[in-house]
Design a protein around this ligand. Structure first.
Ligand SMILES: [Zn+2]
Length: 236
């Protein structure tokens, strides 16, 4: 399964990485929401792999990036599956469940982000796309089971995601921020980083560590970079 594919010029990086891992077929491809830093490389992925199911939120964008994804889908006879909260999908011995979006319309494209929880035996991973407080609050209000060991923080660690209540409900032991080094948005925000560190959650950041690989056997979880939170408290 692949969730998001980076910017337009990063599609080949994603494809080459997957091929290097021996991936020949993708059971599921999720484009969390139509921003180019998430679906930019998706057209390249779609043209390079056999895919079973593509899940995209029920929102359109008029950008060239989005149109390229639609073109790639139709060229490969793929239809879009829309996310439905509560829907569960099998991924061999693992399962993933859709937790958001919980509304049909939002003022901010980020809140259309497909949020999924992947469960494998005793471990759970929560991937939140660019979901912000609005979507987090809906997941909380709807009483969804958000508990997870690993949380990929919403919206690159922006201030308007990963609220106190949300972090408490997830109760993760480790969090990951996917964020570009020296990005123009100033992500991640120090207040968000502090909300994570104040809870004793180990924080992993791609801007500091590069590619982060998390592996589980269903019981224990390991990271490719074992220098955990200690490493990161210095950057506040
Ligand atoms: Zn983003």
């Amino acid at each position: 399964m692949l969730v998001d594919a980076g910017e337009n010029d990063e599609g080949n990086t994603v494809v080459n990485y997957l091929k290097k891992q021996g991936v020949k077929f993708l059971e599921y491809v999720i484009g969390t929401h139509p921003h180019s830093d998430h679906i930019g490389g998706l057209d390249t992925v779609i043209s390079n792999f056999e895919i079973n199911k593509v899940i995209l939120p029920d929102v359109v964008s008029t950008t060239k990036t989005f149109e390229e994804v639609l073109d790639a889908l139709s060229e490969n006879d793929l239809r879009i599956t829309k996310p439905e909260v509560g829907m569960e999908y099998k991924l061999e011995d693992a399962t993933f469940i859709i937790l958001a979006p919980n509304s049909s319309e939002y003022s901010d494209l980020n809140n259309y982000s497909i949020v999924i929880k992947i469960i494998y035996e005793e471990t759970a991973f929560l991937l939140t796309g660019d979901a912000e407080k609005t979507s987090e609050d809906e997941m909380l209000e709807n009483g969804l089971d958000l508990s997870a060991d690993i949380l990929k923080l919403g919206h690159h660690g922006s201030a308007n995601s990963s609220t106190d209540t949300f972090l408490d409900r997830v109760g993760a032991s480790s969090a990951i921020i996917s964020v570009g080094r020296n990005n123009k948005y100033g992500h991640p925000m120090s207040e968000t980083v502090n909300r994570v560190l104040d809870r004793g959650i180990n924080l992993y950041r791609t801007d500091e560590m590069g590619t982060i690989i998390v592996t589980t056997d269903g019981t224990s979880i390991s990271f490719n970079n074992d220098a955990t939170g200690e490493n990161n408290s210095a950057q506040e």
